[in-house]
Design a protein around this ligand. Structure first.
Ligand SMILES: [Zn+2]
Ligand SMILES: [Zn+2]
Length: 446
């Protein structure tokens, strides 16, 4: 045996000996995570139902954020509250290593719950204009928070399996698109360590519970909201010729806006123009002075967004001009929310985490999905000068039974923001915690 060969063998033996405990750890890691989840499942179920029954509107997540802060404090996180509004930042330092950001959102929606669940929300609350509204977690942010708490708990309990810094953020106002930017503007990346990676997930109303979905690259659409005030010249409904009827102008406008996507945007580029609300008038026999429209715009390319905005301005103005309105009564257009760009899932991070999911959840439970026209402000964390690679994945929320019925009969499942949206919560929570904890521990591996 020559000396080099002898050395190589010694080297291989040495590597094997020192690697063995690491392999053992790797193999039982996913088991350990499952055990941790099972041990605390009752707690997570109670927490989920509590959050579901106590929803709060965007920018009003007062009790919710307090609860999230409390959960992290109990686990030994250093917690900062009221960061960029109601948001919470928790930092857990566990030696030298990478820094990982995990985000949940907290807000609910002004929807009257119609799930028929015994723990359905009965909450009514005033919005920022003082209007009383029903409130429901119809976008699954209650699941997100429960999973987030579960991941924090699992990572603390299994802290021997990883090293580094965990930054957990509970973000206000995802539905209004101001939450992420408020945290960034408040100094998320200057007052706290800059993350090497950022992860978040959203429940998915068409994937089966027990599965996760991922989409490398552009995955969630950009979003902006638009308010349009269409003016007219009001009067008696019996004398329409003495008025310029804004109800008719608004109707024309709504139809004409449909031609932006169908006739003006390049068909190979994605865009949505939806008029989600139209309000005007008070009673049968009065022609009102104004009608208000509320729109949502969705897009993947900023140039498509700017083109859409220009088209909306041109069309609404053109209809006012053709009706003979004086210039001071041309429509007014506002943008009440902050512009949210598309979520871009860093492809390297996405594929790496998808591989971890396959190991942890099994090959057939990890599904590559198409991009969606739904929007998310989580992408903003990846768009700052720090260029943090981010990945947002889906966690299936449809029960096996509903999924099978849907497949057989093609009956639509209640989407997100539906008053009937009721996730298969226990399995969804378990899968969410398992997926996120597996990814987090692997990304923070020694
Ligand atoms: Zn939503
Ligand atoms: Zn949501």
């Amino acid at each position: 045996m020559n000396m080099n060969r002898y050395r190589s063998i010694i080297l291989i033996i040495t590597i094997s000996i020192f690697s063995f405990p690491h392999w053992a750890q790797e193999n039982d890691l996913f088991e350990k995570i499952s055990t941790e989840i099972t041990d605390h499942l009752k707690y997570y179920e109670v927490l989920y139902k509590h959050l579901h029954q106590n929803p709060e509107l965007s920018f009003m997540e007062f009790k919710t954020s307090k609860r999230m802060a409390q959960e992290l404090s109990t686990l030994g996180f250093e917690v900062t509250t009221n960061f960029g509004g109601n948001s919470v930042v928790g930092v857990y330092k566990n030696g030298e290593g990478n820094t990982l950001l995990l985000r949940t959102d907290m807000d609910a929606l002004p929807i009257l719950e119609k799930t028929g669940l015994i723990f359905a929300s009965k909450v009514r609350a005033k919005d920022n204009t003082g209007k009383e509204l029903p409130v429901m977690h119809a976008c699954g942010h209650d699941v997100h928070m429960t999973v987030w708490v579960g991941v924090a708990n699992t990572l603390v309990k299994l802290k021997n399996y990883w090293k580094g810094t965990l930054i957990m953020i509970a973000q206000q106002a995802e539905e209004k698109s101001g939450g992420a930017n408020a945290m960034i503007d408040a100094g998320l990346f200057t007052k706290f360590p800059v993350p090497d990676y950022g992860l978040a997930f959203h429940v998915n109303p068409s994937l089966e519970s027990g599965t996760v979905g991922y989409c490398p690259g552009a995955a969630f659409a950009g979003v902006n909201s638009v308010d349009i005030k269409i003016f007219g010249i009001g009067g008696h409904a019996a004398y329409p010729h003495t008025t310029i009827d804004p109800v008719v102008l608004a109707s024309r406008t709504v139809l004409a806006l449909q031609t932006i996507v169908s006739r003006e945007i390049n068909p190979l580029k994605s865009a949505v123009v939806t008029v989600g609300s139209i309000h005007g008038g008070t009673q049968y026999n009065i022609i009102p002075d104004e009608v208000k429209l509320q729109l949502t715009l969705r897009f993947y390319k900023n140039e498509v967004y700017y083109q859409t905005v220009e088209s909306i301005k041109r069309i609404t103005r053109g209809i006012a001009v053709s009706a003979g309105l004086p210039e001071e009564k041309y429509p007014e257009i506002f943008f009440p929310d902050q512009f949210t760009p598309p979520v871009y899932n860093d492809p390297a991070l996405t594929n790496r985490v998808a591989d971890i999911f396959r190991e942890s959840l099994g090959e057939r439970n990890v599904i590559m999905v198409e991009p969606t026209m739904a929007g998310e402000d989580f992408g903003n964390y990846g768009r700052t000068a720090e260029k943090v690679p981010v990945f947002m994945f889906w966690v299936g929320a449809v029960s096996h039974e509903d999924f099978a019925i849907n497949k057989k009969n093609g009956i639509d499942l209640p989407p997100l923001h539906s008053p009937k949206f009721a996730p298969d919560y226990l399995k969804t929570i378990k899968t969410g915690i398992k997926a996120m904890s597996s990814a987090a521990i692997r990304l923070l591996a020694h």
